[in-house]
Design a protein around this ligand. Structure first.
Ligand SMILES: [Zn+2]
Length: 132
């Protein structure tokens, strides 16, 4: 599933994010939909009903969902956040893969580095993705 029925077009234009050789379907959806999907997946992990759920990764289903009703900066950080969860779990760091403080610090830190160093990001893209 790449697009949730009834949801607007995605802001981050990809259907798949490959993490450590594993393809994860990528989708964006409303706060209500993402909370419903998350609750279906993690019935005991949804936390306080008033919490805003920005996104989640379902490793078993190989899916990443991001809330598209937040600002684009938060969406970008959330994509990186879910990718970092995926890297940690696929690389066997099972003792820290769900450490939200660690993953959040790394995702916002990486986003900040990429945002404040646009030449670095362009250079990396040119080297790593020469066809683009
Ligand atoms: Zn997380």
């Amino acid at each position: 599933m790449n697009t949730v029925v009834g949801e607007p077009e995605k802001l981050i234009d990809t259907n798949t994010i490959t993490i450590s050789g594993v393809d994860f379907r990528y989708g964006e959806c409303s706060a209500t939909t993402i909370k419903s999907l998350y609750t279906d997946t993690e019935p005991d992990g949804a936390g306080d009903d008033n919490d805003t759920l920005y996104g989640f990764i379902d490793v078993g289903e190989q899916s990443i969902y991001v809330n598209n009703s937040v600002g684009i900066h938060i969406m970008c950080a959330t994509v990186l956040h879910e990718i970092l969860h995926g890297i940690l779990v696929t690389k066997g760091f099972l003792d820290v893969y769900d450490d939200e403080n660690l993953v959040t610090a790394l995702s916002y830190g990486l986003l900040d580095v990429l945002k404040t160093n646009p030449d670095l990001l362009k250079s990396l893209a040119k080297i790593l993705c020469p066809a683009t």
